[in-house]
Design a protein around this ligand. Structure first.
Ligand code: PLP
Length: 409
């Protein structure tokens, strides 16, 4: 009989979003006329921009013609897209990369989950708290997390608390981990690190031989000059960091699926006999074995994001979401809420009033305002007493939701 990976039995159900759906459904059952607005969604709502649609149509036509049809592509992605990424996302910021250091994928979540294949189960992993749950759950699956304690924390994971007290800038851990996940601009807090704050982490990683897994899925939302778009803007990061990017929020590809991961050839990890191996080689091997490439038409669509017209069009959508974020920030801070993020990110993180717990505040906002938000505690114990609101909805709903919440303050 097949025997399962027992680590899967340790993972709790994704309680957060199912519990939200359950509470909303229960409320709707007794309030059929309620017009409920969601500020909880982490998915985009603006359609794909015209340049992307045009590239998709063109690529579909190529697939219909024997002369231009494409079958299996390179597992690492097509050069036409990799070259555009390097030129526009990296060279433009003074970073050089070789084409074999960029790997195209079907999105950042897959790569963030799969990267763990490269590492032994004995690695000590550190995450910020609150955190995007994929980092933690994928390590639980791999057997690296230990056991879940009563405090909601895994025994073998190092947590880096982020709250208003430390301005959401985590302190360096005393117990040195092997791998650190950093996500900036951050989901869920919407906060960022400045260049000098990120440099502290790169220097720490270099000093202690730590690997940084840097998730910059939201870099396109950065508006402030001192916030790094890429960890490679920091000197020395190319020796210690892998970077994950996504077209999901940047260009509305949540349904189309495309992202990429940068694994510089200078990033190494040690073997059991103490020698060092380039992670680029291992990731390439992993991808060639388990992944057959991102769809050609999707890669052509992603390429269109880098045309002059494509850049203008995606910027309009990003500006739309950032304006939503500003409406939420301005409206609710005027009403008296303490808010964070939303300037360089589509997420606004807010303190609950009078220190009430996240779920009680969720219920209050649902029943009194008919607005759905996300309880912060769902992203980690340190998220208790906070909520997350997203700017991905449509403008009218966003304005109406803010009015309704402001009224109860
Ligand atoms: N990283 C973070 C921090 C995210 O919030 C998300 C999606 O919500 C992802 C990665 C996943 O992105 P993708 O759609 O490319 O898989």
């Amino acid at each position: 009989m097949a025997c399962i990976n027992n680590n899967f039995t340790k993972i709790p159900e994704n309680y957060l979003f199912s519990e939200i759906a359950h509470r909303v459904a229960e409320y709707k059952a007794s309030h059929a006329d309620a017009s409920i607005i969601s500020l909880g969604i982490g998915d985009v709502t603006r359609p794909l921009c015209p340049s992307v649609i045009q590239a998709l149509h063109q690529a579909v036509d190529e697939m219909a013609d024997e002369k231009t049809f494409r079958g299996y592509g390179p597992e690492q992605g097509y050069k036409f897209l990799i070259e555009k990424i390097i030129k526009h996302d990296y060279n433009s910021r003074g970073i050089s990369l070789d084409t074999d250091e960029v790997f195209i994928s079907d999105g950042a979540k897959s790569d963030l989950g799969n990267i763990g294949d490269l590492f032994d189960f004995s690695n000590l992993v550190a995450v910020t708290d609150p955190v995007y749950p994929v980092y933690v759950d994928s390590n639980v699956m791999a057997g690296r997390a230990g056991i879940m304690g009563k405090n909601g924390r895994w025994s073998n994971i190092v947590y880096l608390p982020c709250s208003s007290e430390n301005k959401f800038v985590p302190a360096l851990p005393k117990l040195v981990p092997d791998i650190i996940y950093l996500c900036y601009p951050n989901n869920p807090t919407g906060t960022t690190l400045t260049k000098s704050e990120l440099k502290v982490w790169v220097d720490y990683a270099r000093e202690h031989g730590v690997l940084i897994l840097f998730d910059s899925a939201y870099e396109a939302f950065i508006t402030e000059p001192d916030v790094p778009h890429s960890i490679y803007e920091i000197d020395g990061a190319k020796d210690v960091a892998i970077e994950f990017r996504s077209f999901s929020k940047t260009a509305g590809f949540t349904g189309l699926r495309c992202g990429y991961t940068v694994v510089p050839k200078t990033v190494t990890a040690s073997t059991s006999d103490g020698s060092h191996i380039a992670l680029n080689r291992l990731w390439n091997r992993r991808q060639c074995t388990k992944f057959n490439g991102t769809a050609y038409i999707v890669q052509r669509a992603a390429e269109a994001v880098y045309s002059e017209q494509g850049k203008k069009e995606i910027k309009q959508n990003i500006d739309y979401y950032l304006t939503n974020a500003k409406i939420i920030r301005d409206g609710l801070s005027y009403a008296g809420m303490k808010l964070y993020g939303g300037v360089n990110a589509p997420y606004i993180w807010a303190k609950t009033p009078n220190n009430i717990d996240s779920w009680t505040f969720f219920d209050q906002i649902l029943t009194e305002c008919n607005v759905v938000i996300t309880p912060g505690v769902g992203f980690g114990p340190q998220g208790e007493g906070y909520i997350r609101m997203t700017a991905f909805g449509n403008r009218d709903n966003c304005v109406e939701a803010v009015k309704r919440i402001a009224k109860i303050f």
